[in-house]
Design a protein around this ligand. Structure first.
Ligand code: C2E
Ligand code: CA
Ligand code: CA
Ligand code: CA
Length: 275
């Protein structure tokens, strides 16, 4: 406690101070880690439900902190977004992943998550275009995953960015669909190639009729619009079978594989074999 006089609030103040200090410390360390190019990327396969074939991987950034061990992107991406580090972090991911994927056997695709902050950066398209030219990666094998957060603020600019990316031949996926401020009108306004059903719905679609109904609706919507539909967070054979019954096109989740360093998938990226 700081002083007796401040009574019951002093402990609370101290906890707040400590939290703020820890966060500033983490931010400094993250800045250094990005500068040192010491973040890692893991890859999680997406499999076609009909053929069982892996047709691509989602890239997921990782931070292995020297003292604190593994820190999840759910923790450090928001810090990067608030502190202005997200563009450097995002550039690291784009460079690392596009260079990596350029060596995979076609038609394997790679999906990269884009933060809304990155998406609004004016240099994004030039940057991606340069990397595609440098690596000769077919733009049709690059997919960018965005969330609704990208679309709600400046709809006109978002639309023109999406159209430029599409004109380069890059594919666009709507991530975490059904959470946040999902609006059906987005599908009329924006050119998507894929919709990913959020894992919260897949997780309890077996036990919860509401979740099942939402999964069915998103699959129906996606198919009606000619999009490929991915069920995310598939952890059991039962969920896999249920998604197949509902006509989902692709699955991703621990049941198929956890995210891993790319070396783990050496045989897949060389031969595109059945998983
Ligand atoms: P996301 O894009 O929805 O990625 C899927 C998350 O679900 C990943 O968590 C993945 O490891 C996890 N996951 C996959 N299958 C399963 C499963 O069967 N069960 C469970 N419980 N989880 C599963 P991760 O890697 O911790 O990433 C969390 C979020 O951080 C991502 O959610 C994405 O929003 C963000 N993120 C990750 N990498 C990047 C990046 O390079 N750039 C940006 N901007 N965001 C990223
Ligand atoms: Ca994603
Ligand atoms: Ca997702
Ligand atoms: Ca998510």
């Amino acid at each position: 406690a700081k002083t007796q006089g401040r009574g019951q609030f002093c402990f609370f103040d101290e906890a707040m101070d400590r939290q703020a200090t820890e966060r500033r410390q983490l931010e400094l360390e993250l800045r250094q880690t990005i500068e040192d190019r010491a973040l890692q990327v893991q890859y999680q396969p997406l499999a076609c439900l009909e053929t069982g074939q892996v047709n691509g991987f989602e890239a997921l950034v990782r931070w292995n902190h020297p003292e604190q061990g593994y820190i999840g992107p759910d923790v450090f991406i928001p810090i990067a977004e608030e502190s202005g580090l997200i563009n450097e972090l995002g550039d690291f991911v784009l460079e690392t992943v596009i260079r990596e994927a350029a060596s995979w056997v076609p038609p394997l695709r790679v999906a990269i998550n884009l933060s809304p902050v990155q998406f609004r950066n004016k240099n994004l398209i030039t940057k991606i275009n340069k990397l595609l030219e440098e690596t000769k990666l077919d733009p049709g094998r690059l997919e960018l995953e965005i969330t609704e957060g990208v679309l709600i603020h400046d709809t006109k600019t978002a639309l023109s960015t999406l159209e430029s990316l599409r004109n380069l031949g890059i594919r666009i996926a709507m991530d975490d669909f059904g959470t946040g401020y999902s609006s059906l009108s987005y599908f009329r306004m924006f050119p998507f190639d894929k919709v990913k059903i959020d894992q919260s719905f897949v997780r309890d679609m077996i036990q919860n009729p509401q979740s099942l109904a939402i999964v069915q609706a998103v699959i129906g919507l996606g198919k009606g619009l000619g999009l490929s539909v991915v069920g995310e967070g598939v952890e059991t054979e039962e969920q896999l079978a249920a998604l197949r019954d509902e006509g989902c096109s692709m699955v991703q989740g621990f049941h198929i594989s956890r995210p891993q360093p790319i070396e783990y998938f050496a045989s897949v990226i060389k031969r595109s074999k059945v998983f």
